[in-house]
Write a protein that binds this ligand. Structure first.
Ligand code: F6P
Ligand code: MG
Length: 453
């Protein structure tokens, strides 16, 4: 099959169209507000001066987008990864904000924003999305309590079993339950829910919400991933998570990690984080530590302390034993799609990760943006097999399980006719473009590739 073109911001039928015109400016305005707040706290006069400059540069960035200007090459090439953007720009030629390929422009946007801070000596460590990530996590208390209670209860049941061994069927059911938790944890992404009320957040985080959503999983390859987990001896069962969002979603990924380790379904979990603020809510290594500290803080989470403390002690103990490891790589924040997880991508970390994943039992790739990068964000007919849409990755020997709630146009692996059915349904609800069902975050896909195509 020939490779289709990507989605473009000029296409009103694509979610890129409204993203570029209204979501990006909103996200940047919030960044301006948070920088302004930080300037008022800083006492150092140089930091204040640089802060004012940062605000000016972000305002200029908003104006560039709204004027549909060209994306310009980066000049601060001492910052890792920026060369990749320049190389791509020189390959594809002129790109403008409101007409260019959505995924490339979006990655470029977050690098532009990051570069504004990384070129100011007093602001190198500042994460402009930190406040948003932490505040939203704090408003996730109900979901956190519910899961902490469930985990404690489960752990007691496992302890009661002879030799702590559960039968295979029970294990599989638990695996499915916690994958479901981790999958729908992705529905609370800040770039979409930045203005969500506490009630909105609760409505997508509870057990009930998950039960209502289970019919919205449009394809489900989980049984294949389950079989893969048992095809290797325990000592070789390392699971890698290519993480998506910090806060509640990370919490759900950690719940899944604990379940996998406690039940000895796997021997080790490695969490792959971003090196810099990315797509608003993505996880950096420091966000893991923030999450643990926030969980420990009884002024934030004042109920169910016993269950929460138990969960933290389990996480810390696995971390101390090296059973949960955190890593980051520049590769995740270059513009390259994940087809570059290959021995030939030697400049930006793709070859190293390729090599590392050869020894992984399963690479769980979380969320929407990571899925877009798996599939090249291209206009695949939505019933294209997942293993076609991930191109070279399908023969990379890497075992991939994508857990994604659909928040963008690209999708693969659907049964024939499903896209048409959902498009009609979405239109019947009064939406202008039926195909935008796929960007609503209400549906999800669970797709697997064994890397042996
Ligand atoms: O599609 C909307 C969007 O906000 C994109 O901007 C970005 O690709 C993605 O969703 C972020 O979602 P996630 O956190 O699930 O990757
Ligand atoms: Mg994200």
């Amino acid at each position: 099959m020939t490779i289709p073109p990507p989605y473009y911001n000029s296409d009103p039928h694509s979610f890129g169209f409204s993203t570029a015109r209204s979501r990006w400016p909103k996200i940047l305005h919030t960044a301006i507000d948070d920088t302004t707040r930080e300037i008022s706290i800083r006492e150092d006069i140089d930091a204040k001066t640089e802060g004012a400059q940062i605000v000016q540069e972000i305002i200029q960035l908003v104006e560039e987008i709204q004027a549909n200007s060209c994306l310009t090459p980066f000049s601060s090439l001492f910052i890792p990864g920026l060369k990749s953007y320049n190389e791509t720009l020189s390959k594809i030629g002129e790109v403008t904000w409101l007409t260019g390929p959505w995924l490339f422009c979006e990655c470029y946007l977050y690098r532009r924003l990051d570069t504004i801070f990384k070129t100011k000596s007093k602001w190198l460590e500042f994460d402009v999305f930190d406040r948003l990530k932490r505040e939203t996590f704090k408003s996730s208390a109900l979901g956190i309590y519910e899961l902490a209670i469930r985990y404690k209860q489960l752990n007691s049941q496992i302890q009661e079993k002879k030799d702590n061994e559960l039968d295979l069927e029970s294990l599989q059911l638990l695996f499915e339950e916690f994958v479901d938790v981790s999958l729908w944890g992705n529905a609370t992404d800040l770039s979409l829910l930045a203005n969500a009320s506490l009630d909105d957040i609760k409505s997508v985080q509870g057990k009930e919400a998950r039960a209502n959503s289970s019919k919205n999983i449009l394809c489900n390859d989980l049984p294949q991933a389950w079989n893969r987990l048992h095809s290797l001896p325990l000592a070789k069962r390392r699971v890698d998570f290519v993480l998506d969002n910090a806060g509640f979603e990370l919490f759900t990924d950690l719940m899944l990690s604990l379940l996998l380790l406690d039940t000895k379904i796997v021997d080790k979990v490695v969490l792959h984080c971003k090196c810099r603020p990315w797509m608003v809510s993505d996880t950096m290594i420091k966000d893991y530590h923030n999450l643990i500290n926030d969980l420990k803080d009884s002024s934030i989470f004042d109920e169910h302390r016993f269950e929460i403390d138990f969960l933290i002690s389990k996480l810390e103990s696995y971390r101390n034993q090296g059973k949960i490891e955190l890593q980051d790589s520049e590769f995740w924040t270059v513009d390259l799609d994940y087809w570059n997880l290959s021995p030939s991508e030697t400049k930006y970390g793709g070859a190293d990760l390729y090599k590392y994943f050869q020894n992984s039992c399963l690479v769980i790739v979380k969320g929407d943006l990571n899925y877009r990068k798996l599939t090249g964000d291209r206009r695949w007919p939505r019933d294209t097999p997942f293993t076609t849409a991930i191109d070279a990755l399908a023969s990379s020997k890497i075992h991939i399980l994508a857990l994604r709630t659909c928040k963008a146009d690209v999708c693969a692996g659907l049964p024939p006719g499903k896209d048409e059915e959902l498009s009609q349904y979405w239109k019947s609800l009064g939406n202008e473009y039926g195909e935008l069902w796929c960007s609503s975050g209400k549906w999800a896909v669970i797709s697997y590739s064994d890397g042996e195509k």
